[in-house]
Each structure stands twice: as structure tokens, then as C-alpha cells.
Design a protein around this ligand. Structure first.
Ligand code: MN
Length: 163
């Protein structure tokens, strides 16, 4: 009898713990995104719309031609269309973001998603309308600097996503 009681108590604890976990994961509003890397400085150039913070984690140099940066997008913030001559890998760290390649539908990015963006393919990335987005961008610099293109139209930004 004692054993059964103890077993039931253990089950209840496991249940309570798992409920708590799922409610934490579903909370990803702007002020609640988790910080892994430093947020860095607020972006001041016009390659982005809305509030964006950038922290360089690894600068490209003669030994390592890959740059790594942490980018935090406030809700509604996004990059302009742009391309990377040596491609880019995006690791979604937290929140809810969008990614779109030219000629493709917009995709939703969530924590744990990975995007491999091919060289010279125009694309944009940013946060969703009501949730911030944190990404780590790994960008090859061996073929030259990022080329910035036109702004993302409101129509494209708000278009339905297809994953
Ligand atoms: Mn990019």
C-alpha cells in the first residue's frame, strides 16, 4: 500500500513537472525570449526595418573566413532582401521568425530550426508580427560582402507562411 502511494506521488510529480515545462515553452513573447549570447548593440543602418540588435561572436579573418553573429529582432522587425556570395546558415535560437527565399513561400522559424541559405540567393529574415526572434547567423565571407537589395514589402512580410 505504501509503495502504491509512493508510486502515485511520483507520477503526480512527473505530471506536474511536464505541465510546467510545456507552459514555459509556449511563452515566447518579445520580453520573454531567452538570452544565450549577448544581445549586442542596436542596429543603426537601414539594412533592417524595426528594432534589431547585433552581436558579433566571431569576426572573419585570414585564418577563418566565416563570421558568426547573434541577431535579435523585435516583433515586426526584419532585414531587407539581401544575398550572401558564399551562403549563410541560420540557427533559430528562440522566438518565432520568418525566412523567405526569392520565388519561394515565406517559412516560419522556431527555436531549433536550421536554414541553409545557398550562395547568391536573395532572401530576407526577421521576427513574426507579435513575437521576437533570435538567430545565430553563420556567414561565409570568402566570396565577398553581403549584398543588400530592396525592402521587404508589407504584402510579402504579412503573406501566409508555408512550411
Ligand atoms: Mn541572410
Amino acid at each position: 500500500m505504501k509503495y502504491i502511494l509512493r508510486f502515485n506521488l511520483a507520477c503526480l510529480l512527473v505530471l506536474l513537472y511536464s505541465c510546467n515545462c510545456s507552459s514555459v515553452e509556449s511563452n515566447s513573447k518579445a520580453e520573454e525570449v531567452s538570452i544565450i549570447f549577448p544581445q549586442g548593440d542596436k542596429n543603426t543602418n537601414d539594412n533592417f526595418k524595426g528594432e534589431v540588435w547585433v552581436k558579433s561572436l566571431v569576426d572573419a579573418d585570414s585564418l577563418n573566413e566565416t563570421a558568426v553573429g547573434n541577431v535579435t529582432f523585435a516583433p515586426g522587425a526584419r532585414s531587407k532582401w539581401h544575398l550572401h556570395p558564399a551562403g549563410q546558415i541560420i540557427l533559430a535560437i528562440d522566438g518565432k521568425g520568418y525566412y523567405q527565399e526569392e520565388g519561394q513561400a515565406k517559412k516560419i522559424l522556431r527555436k531549433g530550426d536550421v536554414v541553409k541559405c545557398p550562395p547568391n540567393v536573395p532572401h530576407w529574415h526577421g521576427a513574426s508580427e507579435d513575437t521576437a526572434f533570435v538567430q545565430v547567423a553563420i556567414t561565409g565571407r570568402q566570396n565577398g560582402a553581403t549584398k543588400w537589395l530592396q525592402s521587404v514589402t508589407e504584402e510579402a512580410y504579412h503573406a501566409a507562411a508555408k512550411n
